[in-house]
Design a protein around this ligand. Structure first.
Ligand code: GDG
Length: 456
């Protein structure tokens, strides 16, 4: 049987992502799937003076985790530069935040070429390689140049954009070509898939035949394969966590008030300032909810070397202080804001006891928090999911209370609606959401992708 090789920018340490404090969606979804015999390759997360180029291999439950270090120039150009200052904003529709430098793109290509060199030494000819996410778009092309003819698939965890947005990136066509070095390319939603096919139609040198793109004599199949969670596992953890001393303390601290919860990496794609403003408007426009609600915002610090993330953090500190200054009473603080990560089991327990899950990204490939919140609920007395129409998850979670996250008044109104929603309506909405989350699981996501790759 062909061996599965997973490549992603960051490789989780063995066994992390289940009970641990990993705040990345990809690791969480894949960890429950990888079987013994799998090789998982990527960056160690370390930046060193002179990278050896030799992978460090750690075994865990039959899986080999192989990682390499990056040099500091590579880190600046590949990771901070092209991946997180050009591609991330571009693919989240934030052209105003996109910063492009040719040397960054060159660094991005060079790191991918270096990855290809190291990986090829570990590969067997019949291995099936599954590459993840925007950091590694040119990896397959580099592997092909070096003679690898085996199957390579790619999955993009973040959105894909229409041609009119993509074309702002100077090497847009190179990226499209690089995507076509794969056998299968996967997207989170039908919208991202059709934007990709439209881009291939609009740029020169590509032919689109159904869901396949043909270029340079190669044919790549594009699929939509929404990522999911281990819904049963998460529901179990959440139910158990609700009985722990930690959750008991949280409950006591609420003094009978409803809890609204948001949790994500501190990232400008997640729409935190808009959400804070929405919450401020709830408090300003609907005084009947004063003293009846607490919003707990967990915003795990992320990419702290990128200037926009530092600026966002300062902005949120200010907004949080402003909201609590304006509305707090001596025995009620409406907003609880923390930038540390919380252990996954605790997070599950917090979701379980929350009355509102507030998930309002400005753009998101999928958003697993929305799915986790649904899975964590008690079906007899479920909380209400408020969801951005621009999260990939909105394609599946149609029975959430949907909002346009650019409109703080809409967020305020949705929160007020959720606080007043009858038990019957909450149960009806939840039953439909729950079915969606339990049907499209992490395991299904992996199987669909691997089957497509096998069938190519
Ligand atoms: C990318 C795409 C796509 C969050 N805070 C804490 C914590 N988390 C966990 C969540 C969830 C994961 O991290 C985040 O996943 P998301 O999907 O919400 O977001 P991204 O990290 O931006 O992931 C996204 C995903 O890839 C998968 O394809 O859905 O659209 O942007 O599991 O629960 N976990 C812990 N403490 C925290 O404070 N332990």
């Amino acid at each position: 049987m062909a061996r599965l090789v997973i490549v992603s920018n960051r490789v989780p340490p063995p066994r992390a992502g289940r009970g641990g404090a990993s705040a990345g969606g990809l690791a969480v979804a894949l960890q429950s799937f990888v079987a013994p015999g799998t090789l998982w390759f990527g960056w160690s997360g370390r930046v060193v003076d002179k990278p050896s180029g030799k992978p460090r291999v750690v075994e865990g439950q039959g899986v080999s985790y192989a990682t390499i270090d990056l040099g500091s120039d590579d880190y600046d150009r590949f990771y901070v530069g092209f991946a997180n200052s050009s591609l991330w904003p571009l693919l989240h529709f934030r052209l105003g935040l996109m910063r492009y430098r040719r040397e960054d793109f060159e660094g991005y290509l060079a790191v991918n070429a270096g990855f290809a060199d190291v990986l090829l030494k570990m590969l067997r000819p019949d291995d099936m390689v599954w590459v993840h996410d925007y950091h590694l778009i040119p990896l397959a092309a580099a592997m092909r140049e070096r003679g690898f003819t085996g199957r390579i698939g790619f999955f993009l965890h973040i959105p894909f954009v229409p041609a009119s947005v993509l074309e702002a990136l100077p090497p847009a066509r190179d990226l499209l070509l690089a995507l076509c070095a794969h056998d299968v390319v996967g997207f989170q939603t039908q919208t991202h898939l059709s934007d990709f096919l439209d881009c291939a139609r609009r740029f020169s040198g590509f032919a689109v035949e159904g869901q396949e793109v043909v270029t340079n004599g190669r044919r790549v199949r594009a699929i939509a394969d929404p990522i999911g969670i281990d819904a049963q596992g998460f529901a179990r953890v959440a139910a158990r966590a609700a009985g722990t001393a930690y959750i008991q303390r949280v409950r006591e601290s609420l003094l009978g008030r409803s809890l609204a919860i948001s949790a994500e990496r501190l990232d400008y794609s997640k729409g935190l300032p808009n959400r804070f403003e929405g919450f401020a408007r709830l408090l300003a426009r609907f005084p009947q909810h004063h003293r009846k609600i607490s919003l707990l915002q967990i915003a795990a610090r992320s990419r702290e070397d990128v200037a926009e993330y530092q600026a966002l953090r300062r902005e949120l500190d200010r907004l949080a202080g402003d909201i609590n200054g304006r509305f707090s009473q001596f025995d009620w603080m409406p907003l609880r804001y923390m930038t540390q990560t919380v252990a996954r089991t605790k997070l599950a327990g917090l979701f379980r006891i929350a009355h509102i899950g507030l998930v309002t990204p400005l753009r998101d490939g999928m958003n697993l928090v929305a799915k986790e919140f649904v899975a964590a609920q008690d079906p007899a007395d479920p909380g209400v999911l408020i969801l951005s129409q621009f999260a990939g998850a909105a394609e599946e979670l149609t029975h959430a209370v949907m909002v346009n996250p650019y409109d703080p008044d809409a967020i305020a109104e949705a929160m007020s609606t959720a606080l007043e929603m009858s038990l019957e309506e909450r149960q009806e909405r939840h039953a439909v959401l729950r079915r969606a989350v339990f049907d499209v699981t992490a395991a299904r996501y992996c199987n669909v992708f691997v089957d497509a790759l096998k069938g190519h």
